[in-house]
Design a protein. Structure first.
Length: 72
């Protein structure tokens, strides 16, 4: 785990906390903690989904027939 991964996950936790404050300004400690954990874990899941999507796109591009002049 690199420092950039940690920074991304911390930013996700911070964003989730701020989103909760916008929805419920009187949110308690447990609600804020749950939002922070969800944001922290959510960033990892989003990165995983993007990575899977990129890999699928690369595999599809590798399997596509070459583009060229079709003389048929």
């Amino acid at each position: 785990m690199g420092i950039l991964d940690l920074a991304e996950e911390a930013a996700g936790a911070f964003a989730a906390d701020k989103a909760l404050e916008a929805v419920d300004p009187n949110a308690g400690f447990l609600g804020k903690a749950a939002a922070a954990v969800a944001g922290f874990e959510g960033v990892a899941k989003v990165k995983e989904m993007v990575s899977d999507h990129e890999q699928a796109a690369d595999q599809t591009a590798d399997q596509a027939p070459p583009q060229g002049d079709d003389q048929s």
